[in-house]
Design a protein around this ligand. Structure first.
Ligand SMILES: Cc1ncc(COP(=O)(O)O)c(C=O)c1O
Length: 360
């Protein structure tokens, strides 16, 4: 058949979502698997979210507010930035994609650490830009000096994922200060803070309070994780007004849906509950980290809601062994396994499965 689509996409890996409970039911006959594969928070929607979504549905025959005025005002107030600096989108991954589209032409370069969030290569390639991957340090963190050294005249964007998905590692303020000072002023630095709410190390800076006034910094946040809205698709970025305006031009019209806007407004009313839930996740993260280390795995300290097991070529077999015991974790072939922190019972089930998987 005559080729109808871009040839360069053939080489591009597809985004692989975490396997679902339905996948395990279908493939292994396990009716009630535990899903620890997609970094969601396990406690259900926040109070008030379901009601707000249901009420918003009464207007679902109309387009949503394309300017997302109420929600942007609310986010601006909450995060102490001007509303014209806030852009919302269909998850922060869509905003990262829009940002690359708004900054990079074919042949331009996007620099990021590897391994990091697996969407980065995809959104870079779909914009026609070139990925420059800088290997992580031996302890699974960003090599900031290496990232800085990888910047060339073609670089338009550098992404720092802090904490890093999937390794959970984070960069601290003195190192990030130095890095940001090094980056040329015509290169955009994306600070992707999808897991910010789980950070407990005081030396890991909050980019919105620390760096958002730097002209070339763009901060990405999501409501998918700590705020429990993964299924509704809502994230936001904060940038200088000119950058925000350029991103708005390439955003798909109306892509912050009516229900996402309503849900986000309701979720933002629940900050105390979000903090309470994050504290539970953090306590469990530290417990599961220790317990997994006791099983002999060199788990790096995590500042997120997941842990990383650097199992190398044993990753796929470990994940399969956990799945056969009803626990879905996320294998990154040949590299490691990422395990999302769930409820205490789910984490106990993971630890039992992990012990058996490592023994086999
Ligand atoms: C580092 C990082 N950034 C961004 C996202 C995207 O989040 P969402 O598109 O759900 O807002 C994720 C999701 O896993 C992530 O891990």
């Amino acid at each position: 058949m005559t080729r109808l689509t871009r040839a360069d996409l053939d080489a591009l890996p597809s985004y692989v979502p975490g396997r679902s409970v339905a996948d395990l039911a279908r493939e292994l006959g396990i009716a009630e698997a535990i899903k620890l594969a997609s970094n969601e928070v396990p406690f259900g929607p926040l109070p008030g979210v379901v009601e707000a979504v249901a009420e918003s549905m009464l207007g679902s025959h109309r387009y949503p507010d394309m300017g997302v005025v109420d929600l942007r005002d609310r986010l601006a107030q909450r995060y102490a930035v001007a509303a014209d600096r806030v852009v919302t989108g269909c998850g922060s991954v869509a905003l990262a994609e829009h940002l690359i589209k708004a900054t990079s032409l074919p042949g331009d370069e996007v620099v990021y650490a590897w391994r990091s969030f697996e969407a980065y290569p995809i959104i870079t390639a779909t914009a026609g830009a070139t990925s420059i991957r800088v290997p992580n340090t031996a302890d699974h963190g960003h090599d900031l000096a290496g990232l800085s050294a990888a910047i060339t005249d073609r670089t338009r964007v550098v992404i720092v994922c802090n904490p890093n998905n999937p390794t959970g590692t984070s960069v601290r303020k003195p190192d990030l200060d130095r890095f940001l000072d090094d980056v040329p002023s015509d290169v955009v630095v994306v600070l992707d803070e999808a897991y910010r709410e789980f950070v407990t190390d005081e030396q890991v800076p909050d980019a919105l309070t620390t760096y958002a006034d730097r002209p070339n910094v763009v901060v990405l946040r999501t409501l998918s994780k700590a705020w429990g809205l993964a299924g509704l698709r809502i994230g936001f970025l904060v940038a200088q007004p000119e950058v925000a305006a350029a991103v708005r031009k390439v955003v798909t019209p109306f892509s912050t849906s009516l229900v996402a806007q309503a849900a986000a407004m309701a979720a933002l009313d629940q900050e105390d509950e979000v903090r309470r839930r994050c504290a539970l996740v953090i306590a469990e993260r530290d417990r599961v980290t220790e317990a997994t280390r006791k099983l002999g795995v060199d788990v790096p300290s995590s500042q997120s809601n997941f842990i990383w097991l650097p199992l190398g070529s044993g990753a796929a077999a470990f994940a399969a062994a956990c799945e056969s015991r009803g626990v879905i974790v996320r294998a990154f072939q040949g590299d490691g396994v990422r395990v999302t922190i769930g409820t205490p019972e789910e984490n106990d089930a993971f630890l039992t499965a992990a012990e058996a998987a490592l023994a086999s």
